[in-house]
Design a protein around this ligand. Structure first.
Ligand code: ZN
Length: 48
């Protein structure tokens, strides 16, 4: 199932809109790293 996802970096506040794939309730986007080099602690929101 394809979903649109908004990822917000908790460190710098930057947000990204990406397309992801939802599989067994887990959204996979391939998103690895924010521009600020933060690699974890992202807020992930599924878009309707
Ligand atoms: Zn960031």
């Amino acid at each position: 199932m394809r979903v649109k996802v908004r990822i917000v970096c908790k460190q710098c506040g930057e947000s990204y809109i990406l397309r992801g794939i939802k599989y067994h309730g887990i959204v996979q986007t391939g998103f690895k790293q924010c521009l600020c080099n933060c690699t974890e602690g992202f807020l992930i929101e599924e878009q309707a």
